[in-house]
Every structure is written in structure tokens, then in C-alpha cells.
Write a protein that binds this ligand. Structure first.
Ligand code: PAF
Length: 273
């Protein structure tokens, strides 16, 4: 595995190999969810590039960037064992200069749900993903469905800017008990860990209701909210794939999303139906 820390090193390593490039951008603290993305990229491309970069522009003032988990040694091992060809590991000065051009998310879709809780977060995500995609010249880039709104906005950016990269959505990986894997799970205490299961339980019940024929989103949201008690729920939303609110579930074009604080940790989860 080549470790490239600068743009020059990345370009040289990309130029030294041929074939399609599968790209998995990450912020490190890699877990099985990331490994699943890497495996999929491995199976569909000649080469796999992973980036590890804790992107400062997607953290808002007051969000503790310095506390984001960093596990360089373990992450490098995971990449190596997963068959990554090139690991891009830039520092902030490699990725950002002063007074730069940046990408702004769409006025509505970029500022609802996650974007309402974290205004400007998606501007930072889109900007860094644009930079990374341009640097890596990926054939395909892989993103988890767990960050559904991020995935939807990145797909929209690739379309709106006529980018040639193919954005691939990968299913959420869960623990046996249903908890969606997330780098933030390390913050959960034992009690939090049990409470956190309410998120996946509410989504399971939503799926069950839809399978029983319930289509009214108000009714599904009501049941979900009762399961989520007494968590500090930020939202329970039911949208189509373009993130527009809907009153009835349409199979094949619906995402049910939940965000809640468990202890001091903010968790999100969703199910695509
Ligand atoms: O999902 C993430 O880890 C980040 O938002 C991403 C896509 C790597 C951009 O920093």
C-alpha cells in the first residue's frame, strides 16, 4: 500500500498504476462499515484509493473537531489488510488555502434535517468531496446509506456539475442487535448503548408497518416517536429520494430517517424502502 501525504505524492502514485479507480473517502476511525465500502470498491475496480482526512470545514463552531476520534496506526493497518492500493492522508494545509472558492449546498435540501441541525455542514462536506474527487480522479466513489442526506447531496453535486464519477450507495452495516455502525458509537456509555437501540427499533417498526400496508407517514412517525421515548429526538422524517417530505410511503422511493441525542452523543439512522 502506498501512503501519499501530498498532492504530488498522490498524483505520482496514481500515475504509476492503470485501470479504474474505486474511491472511499473517510475521516478515519475506520470500522466494519468502512471495510464494507472498501470491499465493494475492491470488487468493482482495478485499484482502490482511500482518503483519511478529518475535514475542518464540515464542523461548525462549537462542534469539537479536536475530539473527533483519530486512530492513525489502526486505520493504516485496516487499509493495508483490506487491500487498499493508495491511502491518501493529507494535512489541512494540503487541502485548504486562504480565501478559497467553495461549494454551497442547495438552499432547501442542504439546510433541512441534518442541515438544519448543523447549518453549513454540507457546504463543508461538498467542498471537500469535490476536492478529493478531483484529486483522486475516481471512476466510482463509495458512500454509506447511513449518511443518507450526505449521499443524496453528493449524488446531486455530481449531476449538477456534470462530473464523470459514478456515486455508489452502500447499505448500512449494523451490529447484531441492530445498532448502525458509526465512528461516534465509541462515545456511548453502556447505558447509552442500550438506549441507542431505540433508533433502529423505531425504524424496524416503521418497516413492519409498511409491510403491513400502512402508508400514511404521519401514522408511521407517531409510532416511531413513541418507541423513541424518552430520548431527546431531533427529528423523525419520511422523505423521497430527493429529500422532499411525503405524506404517503412509495415503495422504492422512500427514506425514513431519525436523529436523536443519546446521552451527549448525537446519533442518526435511517431505512430505505
Ligand atoms: O462521511 C464522511 O466520513 C465525511 O463526511 C466525508 C464524506 C469523508 C467528507 O469529509
Amino acid at each position: 500500500m502506498i501512503i501519499a501525504r501530498t498532492v504530488l505524492e498522490l498524483r505520482a502514485s496514481l500515475d504509476s498504476q492503470t485501470g479504474s479507480v474505486g474511491f472511499v473517502p473517510t475521516m478515519g476511525a475506520l470500522h466494519i462499515g468502512h471495510r464494507t465500502l472498501i470491499e465493494k470498491a475492491r470488487s468493482e475496480n482495478d485499484r482502490v484509493v482511500v482518503s483519511i482526512f478529518v475535514n475542518p470545514t464540515q464542523f461548525l463552531a462549537g462542534e469539537d473537531l479536536s475530539k473527533y476520534p483519530r486512530r492513525e496506526e489502526a486505520d493504516f493497518k485496516i487499509c493495508e489488510l483490506s487491500g487498499v492500493d493508495i491511502l491518501f492522508y493529507p494535512d489541512v494545509s494540503t487541502m485548504y488555502g486562504k480565501d478559497e472558492v467553495s461549494i454551497k449546498g442547495p438552499d432547501v435540501r442542504g439546510y433541512i434535517l441534518e442541515g438544519a441541525s448543523r447549518p453549513g455542514h454540507f457546504d463543508g462536506v461538498l467542498t471537500v468531496v469535490m476536492k478529493l474527487l478531483n484529486l483522486v480522479r475516481a471512476t466510482r466513489a463509495y458512500f454509506g446509506k447511513k449518511d443518507a442526506q450526505q449521499l443524496s447531496l453528493i449524488t446531486q453535486m455530481a449531476q449538477n456539475f456534470f462530473m464523470s464519477v459514478e456515486i455508489i450507495a452502500v447499505d448500512t452495516v449494523r451490529e447484531k442487535d441492530g445498532l448502525a455502525l458509526s465512528s461516534r458509537n465509541v462515545y456511548l456509555s453502556e447505558i447509552d448503548r442500550t438506549d441507542a437501540l431505540k433508533l433502529s427499533a423505531s425504524l424496524k417498526q416503521a418497516t413492519h408497518l409498511v409491510m403491513q400496508g400502512v402508508r400514511e407517514t404521519n401514522e408511521i412517525q407517531r409510532v416511531m416517536l413513541s418507541i423513541l421515548q424518552p430520548l431527546n429526538v431531533e427529528y423523525v422524517a419520511i422523505v423521497n429520494r430527493r429529500f422532499e417530505a411525503i405524506s404517503e410511503v412509495v415503495i422504492g422511493d422512500t427514506i425514513v430517517l431519525v436523529a436523536a441525542r443519546v446521552g451527549t452523543t448525537r446519533l442518526i439512522d435511517n431505512v430505505w424502502m
